[in-house]
Design a protein around this ligand. Structure first.
Ligand code: ADP
Ligand code: ZN
Length: 802
């Protein structure tokens, strides 16, 4: 019997804490189990990570083990350990990011009456009575206050005999989810006769009653409204004592009612791809590399079908933004009721329920965004990452994990297969293709051609001057006019407004770059200088172009609002829709806008990169990229890769229908390799050029990279701390002769976010092991005088260096 255990708590503590295991709990305190333990003056939920036989009397004891079976299966626990090491994060925080919030952390334990007949005598009876007096449901701490002593033992016993249920509930349920009114039937009227007696001539009320009855006895008020029942009709049902109206938290779950879409029959090329994927060995990974519209979804779903039918589990990850009813319908079409959807609009309770249903084996196929990679499937056959290059697979807070790397690690632990699907694989993935099985789908479904991409050189083409600051060529203008005239739809992409100003020559398009780091210099006004945000180097602001001698200009690109104003003036009768961070603030607004496009209610959809991630829009025949340069010169070594992917993806939206389509890209640097390759739909050519460029100066995948971000509210303090950390790192690297290179410190390109000033340090290395050791050491030990006033975040394999 274990005497003590180690418990990971959701605290930034480097090691799990130790507790004694009371003999009565020995069978429940097992690795992966949740326990309630005392932490200073509080009680917290933690996860047992290990057991020890050696007793230690000075330790405090575990108070409670609420679950009959461990909630975190062994492979997930092993995965958490891997994550905590790889990302240099405390194990408790790694576990916290895996488990749904309400099962975890700063939640409180709530007892609820289940069966009074099961109550044993003694002290537990007293606690049970207190619980009943409290209304049948109360927090453990409240019961303890009522009875005037600790209640853990009693609750434990009551839960075991089935008299009560123990649950965790987060004290803060987050922002109030919208409340909606629901009509609930309170009396059943099974026979026709009863109905006739109850309603008499109130035919409308009877129809309303029957509508609610047909929907299972309760229906949201707005839905009844849409069915044509008025407020007074519903009130009539209430007055007759047949229904009541309840206020409920609104479930904005667009998937609840989505039904499956039957899958197509695979074409011969798809069949070959399915066969290749099915033949992957356990633990193996494949890159499903198929052009946009080649039918990858069908392929990866069919490739896991056999395993799922044999009773094993599968996880399908899609970018958050692609988690739409259409996507779910496709998965449900193949796997029906075995599918669980994990999405951000689930309430805390629903998320916890879904997790339990998956852990309990009730659902075997899980579809979700990034964090669904942790779905607790015990017998996992496959993990699919659709659009594997998508940046939303990277977590934005500690641990800053990437779902692709986690999926590969998890697959190794569980003997599962990984399928990475993309038309524009991340360069890291492409560079690793020798270790992956490369499965290609070079053709679109039904052999539809990819649309031609034309580059419009803003330095020389005829411009529409009325557009003012909006770069607007005559060619783009007339193409839009023609498409609108034909009743087609148009997509216009505007890269996110430049976050940093870069310097570009208006005459020749030359952009000033740091030659040590190969990223664009950022323009600073006071003092007027160019600064590299990787290495920190500065130089004087040039007044004329190095290449052509003309005057240099700061460039920032136009915003979506400016574009909107221009479009409204230029095409007054077109129906416009804008999609950017401002218009998609609420959940599902992205899907709603795309739905409106699909239904033909929109003529021109314009916005940021979000529009490139839509689904099939067959009536879109023209895609315009208003200013490709803004994205190309973001101070990030991946700028070219992003720009290429974006154009390739947005081009993938055009011409999916039988009428074909075209793509127009406006730029001042038409010779840029990313644009040239995008114009040829040449993924491999681009990858070859860009991989060669990442050798010197070295960037991933040539090296591994980590970003250390130092932040705080006082600028000077942050800068000093960053310098201190930098000096410390240099000393450690030198003293141990580590094969790691340090760049910086430098102010981050986004120098301030939410009131916090930010500096960063870049570490790069060709050896993963030493880099990992240095990061773990730094996360725990890096000294800075202002500890407390500044925060140090380790971001391994960063996807953004802004
Ligand atoms: P990708 O993810 O490769 O861009 P999708 O999987 O979205 O492509 O498929 C593109 C379109 O082709 C979808 O509308 C899909 O339903 C359709 N499709 C895929 N396979 C077939 C097939 N074998 N027969 C007919 N239509 C198909
Ligand atoms: Zn530099």
């Amino acid at each position: 019997m274990p005497a003590t255990c180690r418990v990971a708590l959701p605290l930034p503590a480097p090691h799990p804490y130790r507790y004694r295991v009371p003999p009565g709990l020995a069978d429940r305190v097992t690795p992966g189990a949740r326990v309630v333990v005392p932490v200073r003056a509080r009680e917290m939920v933690g996860i047992v990570t290990a057991l020890d036989d050696e007793d230690d009397e000075v330790l405090k004891s575990v108070l409670l083990a609420p679950d009959p079976a461990p909630l975190v299966p062994d492979p997930l626990l092993a995965l958490a350990v891997w994550m905590s090491r790889y990302y240099a994060t405390p194990l408790g925080l790694a576990l916290r990011s895996m488990l749904p919030g309400p099962l975890w952390g700063e939640s409180r334990l709530v007892a609820e009456v289940v069966d009074a007949a099961a109550v044993p005598g003694g002290a537990s009876a007293e606690v049970f009575v207190a619980l009943e007096r409290a209304g049948g449901r109360a927090a453990a701490s409240r019961l303890a206050r009522r009875v005037g002593r600790p209640v853990w033992d009693a609750l434990q016993r009551l839960a075991r005999v089935g008299a009560i249920r123990l649950d965790t509930e987060s004290p803060d349920l987050g922002p109030a989810a919208g409340v909606e009114r629901v009509v609930v039937l309170t009396r059943a009227l099974p026979s026709l006769l009863e109905r006739e007696q109850a309603f008499g001539r109130a035919a409308k009320q009877r129809a309303a009653y029957e509508a609610v009855d047909a929907a299972g006895g309760e229906v949201a008020w707005p839905r009844l409204r849409r069915l044509g029942f008025s407020g007074p009709v519903m009130q009539g049902l209430v007055d007759r004592g047949l229904a009541r109206i309840e206020e409920r938290e609104r479930l904005r779950d667009p998937f609840a009612e989505s039904v499956g879409e039957p899958p197509a029959t695979p074409a011969p090329e798809q069949r070959d791809a399915i066969a290749a994927l099915t033949a992957l060995p356990a633990g193996g990974a494949a890159l499903l590399f198929g052009v946009t519209g080649s039918g990858k979804t069908l392929v990866y779903l069919e490739a896991v079908r056999e395993a799922v039918q044999a009773g094993r589990g599968a996880i399908v990850l899609v970018p958050e933004i692609a988690l739409t009813p259409q996507t779910i319908a496709r998965v449900r079409g193949v796997f029906g009721g075995a599918v669980a959807v994990l999405h951000s609009a689930l309430s805390d309770g629903e998320r916890a329920d879904a997790w339990r249903a998956i852990a309990g084996g009730e659902r075997r196929v899980v579809v979700g965004a990034r964090s669904a990679v942790f779905a607790p499937l015990a017998d996992l056959a496959a993990i699919v990452l659709d659009e594997e290059h998508d940046t939303s697979y990277k977590n934005g807070e500690a641990p800053r994990y990437h779902a692709r790397r986690v999926a590969l690690a998890r697959a190794r632990l569980q003997g599962a297969r990984v399928i990475l699907a993309s038309a524009t694989p991340a360069l890291e993935t492409w560079a690793a293709r020798d270790r992956l099985r490369l499965v290609r789908l070079p053709q679109r479904v039904a052999a539809r051609p990819l649309p031609p991409v034309r580059l419009l050189d803003l330095r020389t083409v005829e411009r529409v001057t009325a557009a003012g600051a909006v770069p607007w060529s005559r060619a783009l203008d007339s193409a839009i006019e023609a498409r609108l005239g034909a009743g087609d739809q148009v997509l216009l992409l505007l890269n996110r407004r430049g976050l940093a100003h870069f310097l570009q020559c208006a005459g020749c398009g030359f952009v000033w770059e740091c030659d040590q780091c190969s990223i664009a210099f950022t323009v600073h006004r006071t003092p007027a200088r160019l600064r590299c945000h990787y290495c920190g180097r500065e130089r004087a602001l040039p007044s004329s172009c190095e290449q052509c001698g003309r005057e240099a200009q700061r460039t920032r690109g136009v915003g979506t609002q400016q574009l909107e104003a221009w479009l409204a003036a230029r095409f007054p009768s077109a129906r416009l829709a804008r999609m950017d961070a401002d218009t998609t603030g609420t959940k599902w607004s992205h899907a709603r806008i795309l739905d409106a496009v699909r239904r033909g209610e929109i003529d021109v959809l314009f916005g940021t990169q979000m529009i490139a991630k839509g689904l099939d829009l067959p009536n879109v025949t023209l895609v315009g990229v208003v200013d490709a340069d803004t994205g190309l010169h973001v101070p990030d070594f991946r700028a070219a890769e992003r720009a290429f992917q974006l154009i390739a993806q947005v081009a993938g939206r055009a011409g999916r229908g039988p009428r074909g389509g075209e793509v127009l890209v406006q730029t001042r640097t038409p010779d840029h390799s990313a644009l040239q390759a995008a114009a040829r739909h040449d993924v491999e050519g681009f990858a070859a050029t860009e991989l060669a460029a990442r050798v010197s100066p070295p960037y991933p995948p040539t090296v591994d990279l980590a970003n250390l971000i130092v932040s705080g509210t006082r600028e000077g303090v942050v800068a000093d701390a960053a310098v201190e950390v930098g000096e410390w790192l240099r000393r450690v690297i030198e003293a141990r002769a580590l094969p790691v290179e340090l760049l910086g410190p430098a102010p981050a390109p986004l120098a301030r976010i939410k009131g916090r000033w930010r500096w960063h340090l870049l570490l790069r290395s060709r050896s993963r092991g030493p880099l990992g050791r240095l990061l773990r050491y730094a996360a725990r030990r890096a000294p800075y005088a202002a500890a407390g006033a500044v925060r140090l975040v380790v971001d391994r394999d960063p996807v953004s260096l802004l």
